[in-house]
Design a protein around this ligand. Sequence first.
Ligand code: NAP
Length: 296
Amino acid sequence: MKVLATRRLPGEAWEELGPVEIGPVDGRRDDVEALIVSGDAVDDALLDRLPSLRLVANYGVGYDNVDAEACRARGVAVTNTPGVLDAATADLAIALMLAVRRRVVEGHELVREGRWGSSWSESPFLGRDMSGATLGIIGLGRIGAAVAKRARAFDMRVLFHRRAQTADPGYRELDDLLREADIVTVHTPLTPETQGLLSGRRLALLRDGATLVNTARGAIVDEDSFVAELVSGRISAGLDVFAHEPNVPEVLRSLPNVVLTPHIGSATVETRAAMTRIVVDNVLALARGEPLLTAV
Ligand code: NAP
């Protein structure tokens, strides 16, 4: 079975695939049956060039880069890598919260640039406590729940919003969650329903001094409105994802109230190897005619 991957994936499991062609999909390819993508766009135009394709194996849990409907219409299965990256992504969300609330990066830059001196006593880097703060989790799925677990260890008060309403006392309608939380963290997938979910109107509901952390997808937040709020200094943010990656709005790079990371939510040696394991097992299942492990 011909397997094409847009890049080689890390981890020992990769070797089990045998020969894999690495590279972009150039021109029409009648032979490719399984395509392994790492966030690369899979749309109708690409599918047109792969008439024998049976599987798109996405290296990541979020598969907004894949037109799943177009795949379904052609009988092409789509798989993702759920579950194994929850801890790593939740850890990064907590790291961004701590970095922003305790001004870790600002402090780091001050020390590294040799500016730690008399000016420090005038502005002694007062941050805000995590302990006792109210955390609002948007999307209490696998990763959101992992964040909630960690937040409880920090003695935070945890509120959440999801599609399914529940009688849980922590459940809030989205607007109420935004009004009430000191820190908001986003953990929904990017879908037509969540695109722009955090609109300018909703961002304006955030309390003065609130922090928004996004390790989900940039386009869930209206980036122009968000940038305007951050430039005003009214709120702060920890961001791993952006609407037009790898482009980051220029103005964000110099703001003291923003901490930026380059989409590294799942980027640990252990987690990436576990994601590769799932990709490989799905491709091997296809080759053997067995059920796929994680079809979306
Ligand atoms: P999941 O288990 O499917 O959970 C998604 C949650 O979002 C569910 O609670 C769901 O609500 C909620 N949700 C979906 N649509 C919604 C809507 N319109 N309004 C409100 N809530 C909505 O997903 P996951 O595995 O935790 O992953 C979440 C996302 O994180 C992925 O899709 C991916 O884009 C992103 N991610 C990013 C990185 C990174 O490197 N930065 C790494 C991993 C994942 P219900 O429970 O009511 O269905």
